[in-house]
Design a protein around this ligand. Structure first.
Ligand SMILES: Cc1cc2nc3c(=O)[nH]c(=O)nc-3n(C[C@H](O)[C@H](O)[C@H](O)COP(=O)(O)OP(=O)(O)OC[C@H]3O[C@@H](n4cnc5c(N)ncnc54)[C@H](O)[C@@H]3O)c2cc1C
Length: 296
């Protein structure tokens, strides 16, 4: 396949190129998704715009008031090895460490993972659970959106062909919040998840009562799916085994996996949502699983 390779050195230059070659160009970050799509000819861009020379898009910073900011060009490996993230938001570290192999994580970026918009994407799911927002820039200036509203379908987002994702913002967590990420992938991290789940629970201190809950399911809908009915069932209630099993069943009812997927039947995925939701809720409400991630 023939294409022209472009290397902008500023955001302005990249936007100019995106505007000029609108609909005929694709942005390249780590290339771990894009190169495969080009090799298998699912996309055929005439121009490939490599944004990795643009300075200032590769960072992880914390602000006590505003929370966490992650630049779009931050690699998955940088998330996985960030000492600050490990201390403050270890669930991101755990999820990052379960994406592909170290070689992939060394080049794959968080911006690419989010913009590629696979329903199984590791970082997308955890970031939706963390109520992240995305900051984008286009010819009309900047705009911000909750990440949950960024995805429109499998592989599709609201990002326009002349726009660039700049940054992901994660607000500070409420006190007494713990979380867990579980990837169910029998072949290990190198394979995409069959089902993955993120659970965040905010508990009343010294009581086993749930103040707030977030349950995000992956690979059982075209986009990361909030199990809102299951979340609502838990809020304000004392957590025990019966309630956990009930919530797990409700989450499974909310999942609507694609029939005929090679990665698992409709019935199998529904059953795995039930099993993993119950496991995640049990682990996150005991000291065992607080702020960790698990690998299936
Ligand atoms: C062997 C292998 C294993 C993998 N395993 C996993 C896995 O377990 N979990 C998982 O989630 N993924 C997995 N992936 C997929 C991939 O590695 C990730 O999605 C990765 O994070 C993509 O990032 P990238 O920087 O390589 O994106 P690229 O391939 O460079 O780009 C991906 C898409 O996003 C667009 N894009 C990138 N950056 C921007 C930006 N800043 N603004 C606007 N658009 C942008 C590109 O135009 C393209 O459409 C795997 C891939 C391989 C090859």
């Amino acid at each position: 396949m023939r294409f022209e390779y472009l290397e902008p050195e500023s955001i302005g230059e990249a936007l100019m190129m995106l505007g000029q070659y609108q609909g005929r160009s694709k942005i390249l970050a780590g290339g771990t998704d894009l190169m495969l799509q080009m090799r298998y000819k699912t996309i055929k861009p005439e121009y490939v715009i490599d944004i990795t020379r643009i300075p200032g898009l590769d960072y992880v910073t914390f602000d006590d008031n505003r929370g966490l900011k992650i630049g779009a060009l931050t690699t998955i490996r940088a998330l996985e090895t960030s000492v600050e993230l490990q201390e403050k938001l270890p669930i991101i570290v755990q999820a990052a460490g379960q994406l592909g192999s170290v070689a992939i994580r060394n080049v794959a970026t968080v911006g690419g993972n989010v913009c590629n918009a696979l329903p199984s994407a590791e970082t997308s799911q955890v970031l939706v659970a963390l109520s992240a927002q995305v900051r984008m820039i286009g010819p009309g200036g900047e705009r911000r959106l909750p990440l949950e509203d960024f995805f429109t379908d499998a592989g599709k987002t609201v990002l326009q062909p002349d726009e660039l994702l700049l940054e992901i913002l994660v607000p500070r967590l409420a006190p007494h919040t713990s979380g867990i990420y579980i990837k169910h992938s029998p072949r290990g991290p190198i394979d995409l998840a069959i089902v993955n789940i993120t659970v965040l629970m905010t508990m009343e201190p010294d009581q086993n009562i749930c103040r707030d809950a977030k349950i995000v399911l992956g690979t059982v809908a075209p986009t990361p799916l909030r199990a809102i009915k299951a979340e609502n069932l838990l809020k304000g209630r004392k957590i025990d085994g019966v309630l956990i099993d009930e919530a797990a069943q409700v989450a499974s009812d909310e999942a609507h996996p694609r029939r005929g997927s090679i990665r698992g039947s409709f019935e199998y995925k529904k059953e795995m949502v039930k099993v993993l939701t119950a496991r995640a809720l049990r682990d996150v409400t005991t000291s065992k699983g607080r702020n960790t991630g698990m690998m299936e």
